[in-house]
Design a protein around this ligand. Structure first.
Ligand SMILES: [Zn+2]
Length: 464
């Protein structure tokens, strides 16, 4: 059958170009070394948005523009953690995005790995205390427990402060936002693995540990930008495939792996498709560099709100967040069983070994699309066991750890899949109705943390 080889010539051009070019690494170098963290509210964030815009134009994309939106900004202030009892000592710490300015002295209590069961066990004792949890996921739970879920369970338990402890030795404290696009109800700080272990030993030997925590962060309204560029479809330009990644990193880091390795892979996919496929794409492929993901997926939430009339016409949203690191470049579908045969066939067609499965979480830019029922997936290995962030979200997420070979893999897979999604005559998924979205929210094991967020939101509303 001729079908299997429909894109063979095109694939050879796309893959051949990507694998004989350094463009992805050159762009990564500019994003990381020239624009640093690109953290929300920094001048470098704005410069990065402009750079991505200019690059899209240079690669021949159409309709290239920035879309501006307001969001709740946050700037790091100095944070201090003082041991008061049984000894007096300062422990280095950082506050986490959306931490309020505050000052508290209270007793420490450990929530272990921060699993639902561990929180249940200390349920009655959290009130008024400083609750500490490791960033590691509970070994026996079978799913990753995100920082935000641990923080919110502490808030729900009546904690006064949350202390997040890195699971990885030698990388210092791990950052990450406490809330989405809003000031957090209680302070949250982060310390390194070694100091967390020290505090636990003290608590074991002495019974009680008293801590004094002071935070001085600034929370104020700001503006950010999504960057958009299109390769318009020649047959049905109103229908589209979205390929995206965020460009903002955390302020303590270059964010080279998360997100920039994914961002430059999206940009590289746009370059290859523009060069070889722009005249044959049946539907539009829209590339989006999302803003302010790290502090609440704000750019993506804004996008779905501002483009609500177009959501029915999105065939698929493919999130390539941090996709240029190690590991297999597969597809984690967001509860779209009907799409598995389509992608399996695409993998055969591409002669590629692409793991395909169902895996959903609420912690990256696909999620606002999931909530609106848009078919979506992310570039990941759905068969990989739950794992921590490694050097991710620390000061050590730096450029030299990213390999050009992995950028090439991600870019080539992204470009070839986008081509196939845009050009398939039939695509076996349609936007979900609200009721079906609700069923996914209520039942998906990967959305446990989101259900905790909904509970906290409900309590906040009742308190007003
Ligand atoms: Zn990311």
């Amino acid at each position: 059958m001729s079908h299997e080889h429909q894109y063979l010539q095109l694939d050879r051009q796309i893959v051949g170009d990507i694998y004989t070019s350094r463009e992805a690494m050159d762009n990564l170098t500019i994003l990381c070394d020239d624009f640093g963290s690109r953290f929300a509210g920094t001048p470098e964030e704005r410069k990065a948005a402009k750079f991505i815009q200019d690059t899209f134009v240079r690669y021949g994309l159409k309709n290239v523009h920035l879309e501006e939106y307001p969001y709740a900004g946050w700037s790091r202030g100095e944070a201090t953690l003082e041991l008061v009892e049984p000894v007096q000592k300062s422990i280095p710490c950082i506050s986490l995005p959306y931490c309020p300015a505050d000052e508290t002295t209270a007793e420490l209590i450990s929530a272990g790995h921060g699993s639902p069961r561990e929180y249940e066990r200390i349920g009655g004792q959290m009130e008024g205390k400083i609750v500490m949890a490791l960033s590691a996921s509970p070994p026996d739970l079978g799913r990753w427990v995100h920082r935000k879920e641990k923080y919110e369970r502490a808030v729900l338990g009546g904690a006064k402060v949350f202390v997040f402890v890195s699971e990885h030795p030698g990388v210092g404290p791990e950052t990450g936002s406490l809330q989405n696009d809003s000031i957090a109800p209680i302070p949250g700080i982060s310390i390194c693995k070694e100091d967390g272990a020290y505090l636990l030993r003290l608590a074991e030997r002495h019974g009680t540990v008293q801590l004094h925590v002071r935070t001085t962060d600034i929370n104020e309204a700001r503006t950010s930008w999504n960057v958009i560029g299109d390769l318009p479809g020649v047959e049905s330009p109103d229908e589209m495939v979205i390929v995206g990644c965020h460009y903002d990193g955390h302020d303590i880091s270059q964010g080279a792996h998360d997100p920039a390795s994914g961002m430059v892979s999206v940009i590289e996919a746009s370059r290859a498709l523009s060069r070889y496929a722009s005249r044959i794409l049946k539907r539009t492929v829209r590339f989006i560099a999302f803003g302010t993901e790290e502090i609440g997926l704000t750019g993506a939430f804004r996008y779905v709100a501002d483009h609500r009339d177009e959501l029915d016409r999105i065939r698929f949203m493919f999130n390539m967040d941090a996709s240029g690191g190690e590991g297999r470049k597969g597809i984690g579908l967001h509860r779209w069983e009907k799409l598995e045969p389509f992608f399996k066939e695409a993998a055969i067609d591409m002669a590629a070994e692409i793991p395909i499965g169902q895996k959903l979480n609420s912690y990256s830019d696909h999620f606002p699309f999931v909530l609106k029922g848009v078919p979506s997936g992310d570039m990941s290995d759905p068969e990989a066991p739950p794992h921590g962030r490694g050097f991710g979200h620390t000061a050590y997420d730096t450029l030299e750890k990213v390999e050009l070979e992995n950028l090439r893999k991600a870019s080539a897979v992204g470009a070839r899949l986008a081509l196939r999604i845009a050009n398939a005559d039939e695509f076996p998924a349609k936007r979900r109705a609200d009721k079906a979205v609700q069923e996914v929210i209520e039942s998906d094991p990967g959305l446990e943390g989101y259900r905790v967020s909904l509970e906290l939101e409900r309590l906040k509303r009742e308190a007003i």
